[in-house]
Design a binder for this molecule. Structure first.
Ligand code: FEO
Ligand code: CA
Ligand code: CA
Length: 676
């Protein structure tokens, strides 16, 4: 989702009325590196113009060379080659004819290259479990029915093969539902003055995750299997609090006086998965769903932007847990701490529908975009990269305490470990700084900043403050990450930042303001994912043909008609190493800019060959992508079609219907590998 400045004021509640994504919630006094960086780069003669800092980084990043392999990089590449053997060798990609900047017309509303076809599955409201209640196109499905149907506003997604079936014909799709639009979800929008209890139940049910078995049928179309794995996880599903925060005084509530349980996962943006077959769903803009009307509010509320007047959908009128004001004698008598049980990465076992999802608090609490692992290596820790999507927030890394042992993984390996925040130094090096109360350096910095943490649980509940203390680099809104399976080099989109001023630019965030965004990448020292040092460079600066850079294609190369884009958000390496980039421009950027509707591009990061592959329907965001293991079926999520475009035909059902977020299935007409 992205802020939309062109909201129709006649609608009851427009998603974009609240700027959920772009709050400047980092109020720390960390010095930006701008001044020292400028001086340093000028001294070395790197600055040749307004983008000099970025060019400088391209030079400084020479060490980040995928061809200069260490033994571990060679091992990664060997493993990678082994894993793609059954693809029939490495296809040359991208090799399709790029599609133009466009506003795709019906009947499809989606543009893909010549030789490709699309189908649509898992539309919001499609029944997937229970008594399979039919979707009612007038919005009159009840809350109980929504609990058995696909949620609204799809986002991150992963396809799991099921062991006993052909993995390319049948699997489990886990799909996040980031948020809702009441004007489409409910028959006549929402009465915010007096919330209808069943409307609130329906809204809560339309959040969360859909877990659904799908298969390719005899007509070669994908369809829902009414199978045993199907499940809806919602903003009301009971969940276990695990890790250092389990039982902490700041997560004790009337619902769980021991601080070990909570209900629901909220605003699930991107995702992750594990080699042991679990899905990770990540809680992003959860803070605004809660309200605290007290005059004095704790730092774990204020630092994250918990509402002070009205909660986003005013669920607190019906469910007291969304009101975090102090009302009772103790924390066990009210819900003052309920919001502290949100903001985590949640691990879900899609193969056991009776399992209780687990909040993995060791991975920190912030506006989690997603969780992306460094290639797993036997005997080494599990390593996940994490981003906090708000203006001037941080990039993190989690390193598990226990080693990963293939086929013998401790299912709770994500319960313990160390969380680090990234510092991107001016010279193309970087450091992972521990947020660990047992680390003497961290404790000293906290003392110097006059910040007190009672224990590691307190550090994690206040991860942003801990990162301020440690001295992380404030970034231009970290969205998705992706790790190259061939090299272990990690990439992350920095979608945009209207709040960064020209005086605040630094080497890793070289534009101020930054309306178009960029993609950064880093390589761990010695290719060891648990290293505390790394080298980094900028892959590309998104934007127009004149205001962009494609450093992978050369220090002076720019994006062209086949590749201009803005606000990169979704990012994903497929298993053969092609990078896919999805955009989330605001409504204004989509209607005013030269970029057309939100799109998805494919990029060879070794050559800089980048091409637009997919353009989505009016007003939507392209977010979430996966393929079957043979790379011949691609699933792409479309979120909030028709946002800000009330006069356009509603996607995917056409004029006169309600727009429905859904999953697009992309195949090549000749059955070939996607991207060729
Ligand atoms: Fe939900 Fe940061 O995008
Ligand atoms: Ca976004
Ligand atoms: Ca996103």
């Amino acid at each position: 989702m992205e802020r939309d400045d062109t909201i129709d004021p006649s609608v009851t509640v427009a998603y974009g009325e609240v700027d959920f994504d772009t709050e400047i919630s980092n109020t720390s006094s960390n010095p930006h590196f701008a001044d020292v960086l400028q001086k340093s780069l000028e001294r070395r003669g790197f600055l040749k113009g307004s983008l000099g800092a970025a060019i400088g980084l391209a030079l400084a990043g020479q060490a980040l060379d995928a061809e200069a392999k260490t033994p571990i990089a060679e091992e990664l590449e060997r493993n990678f080659l082994e894993s793609i053997k059954n693809l029939g060798g490495l296809p040359t990609r991208p090799a399709f004819q790029p599609v133009p900047v466009s506003r795709p017309a019906f009947p499809n509303g989606v543009l893909v290259p010549l030789g490709y076809s699309v189908d649509v599955i898992l539309k919001w409201g499609e029944p997937i479990t229970g008594s399979y209640p039919a979707y009612k196109p007038d919005g009159t499905n009840t809350g109980a029915e929504q609990e058995q149907q696909v949620g609204q506003h799809h986002d991150g997604m992963h396809y799991f093969a099921i062991p006993q079936f052909d993995p390319n014909q049948r699997g489990i799709l886990c799909v996040n539902h980031e948020y809702i639009e009441q004007r489409y979800l409910l028959p006549d929008g929402a009465n915010l003055t007096q919330r209808d209890p069943d409307h609130v139940r329906k809204e809560i049910a339309a959040h969360g995750v859909s877990i659904v078995e799908i298969q390719r049928n005899a007509n070669n179309r994908w369809e829902v299997v009414r199978g045993p794995y199907n499940r809806r996880i919602t903003a009301a599903t009971p969940m276990e609090i695990t890790g250092p925060v389990r039982g902490h005084p700041k997560v004790r509530t009337k619902y769980s006086p021991t601080g070990t349980m909570t209900r629901g996962t909220i605003n699930n943006c991107a995702h992750g998965f594990t080699p042991w077959g679990t899905y990770l769903t990540c809680e992003e803009n959860w803070a605004g769903y809660f309200v605290n009307r007290d005059a004095q509010r704790p730092r774990e509320h204020t630092r994250y932007g918990v509402a002070t007047a009205n909660a986003r959908y005013r669920w607190d009128q019906v469910e007291e847990r969304f009101d975090c004001s102090v009302k009772g004698a103790t924390a066990a008598d009210d819900f003052r701490n309920e919001v502290n049980t949100q903001g985590w990465v949640v691990e879900i076992n899609p193969f056991d529908p009776s399992s209780t999802p687990k909040k993995r608090t060791a991975l920190g609490r912030f506006a989690h975009e997603g969780a992306w692992f460094a290639p797993f290596r036997a005997g080494n820790p599990a390593v996940y990269y994490l981003g906090d999507d708000a203006q001037n927030e941080y990039i993190y890394k989690f390193v598990s305490a226990k080693p990963w042992v293939p086929l013998l993984t401790d299912p709770d390996i994500l319960e313990t470990g160390t969380l680090y925040v990234a510092r991107f130094n001016e010279d193309g090096t970087g450091d992972w700084l521990p947020l660990d109360i047992n680390d003497a350096g961290f404790r000293a910095r906290a003392a110097a900043a006059n910040v007190t943490f009672t224990d590691q649980g307190d550090v994690l509940i206040n991860t942003r403050l801990a990162a301020d203390v440690a001295g992380g680099t404030r970034m231009d809104r970290p969205e998705w990450g992706a790790v190259d399976p061939r090299t272990g080099i990690a990439y992350m989109t920095l979608t945009n930042n209207s709040a960064r001023t020209a005086a605040q630019v630094n080497a890793s965030n070289p534009r101020g303001p930054n309306p178009f965004g960029h993609i950064i990448r880093w390589r761990e020292q010695n290719d060891d994912a648990k290293s505390l040092r790394f080298e980094w460079s900028i892959l590309l600066l998104s934007g127009t043909e004149t205001d962009s850079r494609n450093f992978a294609a050369g220090p002076e190369a720019r994006l062209n008609t086949a590749s201009i884009h803005a606000s990169p958000d979704g990012l994903w390496f497929d298993r053969a190493g092609l990078l896919w980039i999805q955009t989330d421009m605001s409504g204004t950027q989509q209607s005013a800019g030269p970029f057309g509707e939100n799109a998805m591009l494919a990029m060879d990061v070794r050559t800089g060959d980048i091409r637009r592959f997919f353009v989505g329907p009016s007003g939507q965001e392209v977010t979430g992508v996966d393929t079957t293991p043979n790379l011949r079926t691609m699933f792409v999520n479309i979120q909030h079609p028709q946002e800000g475009r009330p006069n356009d035909p509603a996607w995917p059902d056409g004029p006169g219907t309600r727009p429905r977020s859904a999953t697009v299935v992309v195949t090549k007409n000749d059955g070939g590998i996607i991207g060729t």
